[in-house]
Design a protein around this ligand. Structure first.
Ligand SMILES: Cc1ncc(COP(=O)(O)O)c(C=O)c1O
Ligand SMILES: N[C@@H](CCOP(=O)(O)O)C(=O)O
Length: 424
């Protein structure tokens, strides 16, 4: 019987697996799930992973639950899954060339059931809520967490409550959240204000919180890295690049790499994590620039509303991930984000603005020669192109934008049309 525990990374206090808490009750530190890695050495191997990968059906058809010994030991009957994960790892020579690289892969987490990486964490959070008999699940969101929560709660028959920053959530995400049936409360202010509210509701009303403060969320998101390493036939890349907001992914990726090395599935030298923030929402970047000596929350502003976060809750775990992997943190402007997104979309792969931020960050780190021309780079595309249609139409409606593809208005006869087509 594997010994899996929930512990506070700050004071070491342990909690039962069935505890529905999202922060340490002693010191308010971050909680994390500790697996019995010693017992798993020699059990979880590349051969074991390959056998699991080719199995179909529940639970090994899920790109999360096929790794359950490294995720969460919930009983199968508690698991709420939509066969999430199993996302493509694209190798694209055109995008590599645009970024100044020879080897670039894009891991597309927008191919998950609700269109973002959140589903990897949500299947675990909602399964935990289901297992312990929670009736109400809640989150604050800039759109993808609420869409994922609403979808998985609907599958589980749980009531969902989401708090979103008023007017700052892309329509694709808002429509999912409403359509899947979550009670959606618009809050004046930022995502950070909404998160403060939902943490109080969770504490005072005992509502189950599924933001990335919930340690089970990150256990699911670790499988992005497990899966990408397996897709690369365990030839670990030099870099893993991802856009950062609340820093759940940065934290999860560091833990995933550390566990893979402990289990002997990858070598001593870990891939370096590069977290990319939007210039107008870059508190982690400023903290990194201060050599992790000074943190200051920001009033966030960026076109990439998914990462419009000024006070990331996973700061301590994300710092640990950057230090563990000798990683870096950088930032990109909104112009760089949208121009990179246009290139990403034009490649036929596509992604929401936060995915554009990742690609823009890869190019920037290459230009700064922090990423070498021959380095092997995996860029995580965190959300689907359809999530933020407004940003696309706005960009392409301005012919001055690089790569703009404005609508053509046709008036008149067939001859006019033929003439028009010749001109364009
Ligand atoms: C599409 C997208 N990309 C990136 C991020 C940033 O991820 P994290 O909050 O784990 O840093 C988020 C959410 O925060 C997101 O929704
Ligand atoms: N971009 C996120 C913000 C919240 O992140 P979480 O990982 O802490 O839930 C969102 O889509 O809401």
């Amino acid at each position: 019987m594997l010994e899996t525990k929930v512990v506070c990374i700050q004071c070491g206090r342990e909690y039962a697996l069935s505890a529905a808490i999202s922060g340490c009750e002693t010191c308010d530190g971050l909680l994390e799930v500790k697996h019995d890695l010693e017992a798993l050495k020699g059990v979880i191997t590349r051969e074991w992973a390959e056998k699991r990968r080719v199995e179909r059906g529940f639970p090994n058809g899920s790109g999360v639950w096929r790794w359950r010994e490294l995720v969460a030991p919930f009983p199968n009957e508690a698991i709420v899954s939509r066969n999430e994960g199993n996302t493509n790892l694209y190798e694209d020579a055109r995008l590599a060339k645009w970024a100044g690289l020879e080897n670039l892969w894009l891991k597309h987490e927008g191919e998950n059931p609700t269109g973002s990486f959140k589903d990897r964490g949500m299947t675990v959070g909602i399964s935990h809520a289901n297992w312990i008999g929670a009736k109400y699940v809640a989150c604050a969101s800039s759109g993808n967490t609420s869409a994922s929560l609403a979808g998985y709660a609907a599958r589980a028959g749980l009531k969902a409550l989401t708090f979103i920053p008023s007017g700052k959530v892309a329509l694709g995400k808002l429509s999912q959240t409403m359509a899947y049936g979550a009670k959606t409360v618009q809050v004046e202010g930022s995502f950070d204000d909404a998160l403060e509210l939902v943490r109080r509701v969770s504490k005072e009303k005992g509502v189950y919180l599924v933001n990335s403060l919930n340690p089970f969320r990150l256990e699911g998101q670790k499988t992005i890295i497990f899966e990408a390493l397996q897709q690369l036939d365990w030839q670990a890349p030099d870099w893993i690049v991802v856009s950062g907001g609340n820093l759940g992914n940065t934290s999860a990726f560091g833990k995933a790499l550390w566990e893979m090395r402990e289990l002997g599935l990858i070598g001593e030298k870990l891939p370096r994590i590069a977290t990319i923030q939007a210039e107008g929402a870059s508190p982690f970047y400023q903290y990194y620039r201060s050599e992790f000596t000074r943190f200051k929350a920001q009033k966030p502003e960026t076109v990439a509303t998914a990462i419009r976060i000024g006070n990331p809750v996973n700061l301590a775990k994300a710092r640990r991930a950057i230090e563990w992997t000798d990683g870096v943190v950088d930032m990109v402007t909104d112009t760089e984000i949208m121009e990179a997104k246009a290139v990403l979309d034009r490649s036929g792969i596509g992604g929401e603005p936060a995915a554009g931020a990742t690609l823009a960050g890869v190019r920037k780190l290459r230009e700064k020669e922090i990423i070498g021309k021959g380095d092997r780079v995996v860029a995580i595309m965190t959300g689907h192109i359809l999530k933020d249609a407004d940003s696309i139409v706005n960009y392409h409606s301005n012919p001055a934008n690089p790569g703009a593809n404005p609508l053509v208005q046709m008036a008149g006869t067939l001859d006019d049309l033929m003439k028009l087509l010749e001109e364009n």
